[in-house]
Design a protein around this ligand. Structure first.
Ligand code: PMP
Length: 437
């Protein structure tokens, strides 16, 4: 059983207090692709922080925009007031969003974007006289943050089992990662689209008139980088549309270039009714999220004074000036440096590097798409998760940062990574895998 100090080493920022020892792994500085540790070592960032620093670290344009904004207009209420910078950022987001997405609702994190989208979905139907549509559908192995709505629709049983009944009226689609897919797939697996048909079963069980929305990550990140099978998202779209159910893509990880296009919706060419975003929106530097919606969802959501009074929703820091300025500077950086295109260009090189790990001890699957990838390891009998965590520790000692989820090693480097740095990242990981118990 982990002691408080073990947990502290895992979750230092959230549990720090005087009783706990120092975290053994502390960062004191960062620049571009590297962190500097408290011992003065350089660590190559193979994960873009927590999948968020897509432009790399301490980028001058973003830092300067934050400093300038903090000195000029530090805060303005989003409630009954406003400021032009939030509108400018909203327009900039819409410029790169899929055609058909026209509105931005600001939040402060991915979790808040998810809660907001779920509430918007229910409010949308209510405004259209379909108040019975309150049920929500998520997916097994989906991750949608840690708030109550998010853990309810999320598909990680461990994250919700101690919190009681949570949101009522939630069902989960089966997850799309079939055992047979342990086939070192590049891009989308061929098989598994039929799993979307399970949505018809859920609809038949409860009646379409009770269902508000389906929420899925277009590519599940946190639970192990699980690619949607070919045709899966298209089928979800067709079935939801047929039954008047909203489709929400949780693009908190996939948004802002990770798959080689601004959003996964464009990568897969499937238009959802709403997209939840955060992380890469401000390069992870300042907390900010946003729910992006079609005009139809927005207009119903915002319709009529009575509806608006009942609806009350929004946050103290929604669209705050400093985060908005960071967002604009981040989108400028992505554009000026062509980072989304860069992710697409590097996809093949990244895939070749990752798949070169095939055949190394314990490696049972490798998956990749855009600039994200996963290496799945054979669990040690009776001790799932131990081997990948050991790999994480050894990799850190050798100067690379990777992330582990159970037996899966995930990597999502900043989109500024060079080919040499890809070689270093994967070469070091190869050395680690060769020596694992
Ligand atoms: N949704 C997805 C798909 C995520 O990956 C995450 C975070 N990893 C969240 C929601 C929650 O975001 P946050 O941690 O900013 O609340």
């Amino acid at each position: 059983k982990p002691t408080p100090n073990d947990l502290n080493a895992f979750w230092m920022p959230f549990t720090a207090n005087r009783q706990f020892k120092q975290n053994p792994r502390m960062f004191v500085a960062a620049k571009d692709m590297h962190y500097t540790t408290s011992e003065g070592r350089q660590v190559l960032d193979g994960t873009a922080g927590l999948w968020c620093c897509n432009a790399g670290h301490c980028r001058p344009k973003i830092t300067e925009a934050i400093q300038k904004q903090a000195a000029e207009l530090d805060y303005a209420p989003a409630f009954q007031m406003g400021h032009p910078i939030a509108f400018e950022l909203a327009n900039r987001i819409i410029d790169i969003a899929p055609k058909g997405i026209e509105h931005v609702f600001y939040t402060n994190s991915g979790s808040e974007s998810v809660e907001t989208a779920l509430k918007m979905a229910i409010a949308y139907h209510r405004a259209r006289g379909e108040g019975a549509r309150t049920r929500l559908i998520g997916r097994e192995r989906g991750y949608h943050g840690v708030n109550f709505g998010g853990i309810s629709v999320g598909g990680i049983v461990n994250n919700r089992k101690m919190f009681g009944t949570l949101l009522g009226g939630v069902d989960h689609l089966p997850h799309t990662h079939l055992p047979a897919q342990n086939a070192f797939t590049r891009g989308q697996p061929e098989h598994g689209a039929h799993l979307a048909d399970d949505l018809e079963r859920i609809v038949a069980l409860h009646g379409a008139e009770t269902i508000a929305a389906v929420i899925v990550e277009p590519m599940a990140g946190s639970t192990g980088v699980l690619m949607p099978p070919k045709g899966y998202l298209e089928k979800l779209r067709a079935i939801t549309k047929k039954h008047g159910i909203l489709l929400i893509f949780d693009e908190v990880i996939t948004g802002f270039g990770r798959l080689g296009s601004a959003f996964a919706a464009q990568h897969f060419d499937v238009l959802p009714d709403m997209m939840t975003t955060a992380k890469g929106l401000t390069n992870g530097v300042i907390p900010m999220g946003a729910v992006l919606t079609t005009a139809e969802v927005h207009d119903a959501f915002m319709s009529g004074p009575e509806h608006m009074i009942e609806l009350f929703h929004g946050y103290t820091y929604s669209g705050n000036p400093i985060a908005s300025a960071a967002g604009i500077a981040t989108l400028d950086t992505y554009k000026e440096e062509g980072l989304f295109e860069r992710a697409a260009e590097l996809e093949g090189y990244w895939a070749d590097a990752l798949h070169s790990l095939k055949g190394l001890p314990h490696v049972i699957d490798i998956r990749n798409m855009g600039l994200i990838g996963a290496v799945e390891l054979q669990p040690i009998d009776g001790q799932p998760t131990k081997r990948a965590f050991e790999a994480f520790l050894r990799a850190y000692e050798k100067g690379i940062l990777i992330r582990t989820t159970g037996d899966i090693i995930a990597m999502s480097p900043p989109l500024i990574i060079s080919k040499d740095q890809i070689d270093t990242l994967i070469g070091t990981l190869a050395d680690v895998l060769k020596t694992l118990p």
